[in-house]
Ligand binder design. Structure first.
Ligand SMILES: [Zn+2]
Length: 266
């Protein structure tokens, strides 16, 4: 009964963890919609026993984190070039709620910002950051990565990733969000975000089918990682790291998935 005993110990650990922080459970960082209310998700972190290597065993709902076949992030490397459908952004400046969920700080978009890809309209839900970046390009990790999370009416998620590199000067258009990352945990604040100004000028993207990068690691997420990065000052990057540092999932296998670099944008 060694296996059985181990299982009991694991269950007990999960119960203890859920008792200690279950009430403060938050939606996953990448999830645009809350998990069903009947299930209180297990606590997870980016290091230690509840870290990425063990996410898949922390909660029965997290099994894709360990046995999924289309997981995110990936190392972006030699990709097939193709004139695939361009992402068409229809963003406007507006108010955003700031939510520090214990894993990152989200800027939750007001209604009306959309992304259209191949005829499907996805509504912008929220923006959040990871520091350092989750995706790497040819093995190189950026200082940070921004995720613009969208959802279609059918519930399909499309996430646009923008890599943030350290440059010489402060980036004025990103300053409001970066100031917003000082929002304390479990509190809400409001800011104004100039959404269209946040994107790089070129909208050329790497595209592939992936997952949430946080538990429950759900698959079927349309990923578009911008080829061009955005520059932040050292102080701005330090500000992100002051809020959260190391909130990046390790690289996952691409496997037999296709990674495509769009060759043209409008
Ligand atoms: Zn993310």
């Amino acid at each position: 009964m060694i296996l059985g005993a181990k299982h009991m110990v694991r269950m007990a650990l999960v119960l203890v963890v859920m008792t200690s922080c279950g009430a403060a459970a938050q939606p996953a960082a990448d999830s645009a919609v809350e998990a069903p209310a009947k299930h209180t998700s297990a606590h997870w972190t980016y290091e230690g026993e509840d870290g990425p290597e063990n996410w898949g065993t922390l909660d029965p709902a997290y099994t894709l984190c360990v046995d999924g076949s289309a997981q995110t992030p990936i190392n972006i490397t030699a990709s097939a070039e193709s004139d695939i459908p361009d992402p068409i952004f229809a963003y406007a400046a507006g108010n955003a709620d700031l939510v520090n969920n214990g894993h990152t700080v989200q800027a939750v978009s007001a209604a009306g910002n959309t992304l259209t890809v191949d005829g499907t309209v996805y509504t912008l839900k929220q923006l959040h950051f990871h520091a350092p970046s989750e995706h790497t390009i040819d093995g190189v990790q950026a200082a940070a990565e921004m995720h613009f999370v969208h959802q279609s009416e059918a519930g399909v998620l499309a996430v646009v990733g923008v890599l943030m590199m350290q440059g010489e000067t402060a980036n004025a258009v990103w300053e409001q969000y970066i100031l917003g990352t000082t929002t304390p945990k479990d509190t809400k604040a409001q800011t104004m975000i100039d959404w269209p100004a946040l994107l790089p000028q070129s909208h050329i993207t790497y595209q592939y089918e992936g997952s949430l990068t946080t538990p429950p690691c759900s698959e079927g997420v349309k990923w578009m990682v911008m080829k061009d990065s955005v520059s932040l000052s050292a102080d701005q990057i330090a500000q992100l790291n002051k809020a959260y540092t190391g909130n990046a999932r390790p690289i996952q296998e691409l496997g037999d998935r296709t990674l495509t670099l769009d060759t043209e944008t409008k």
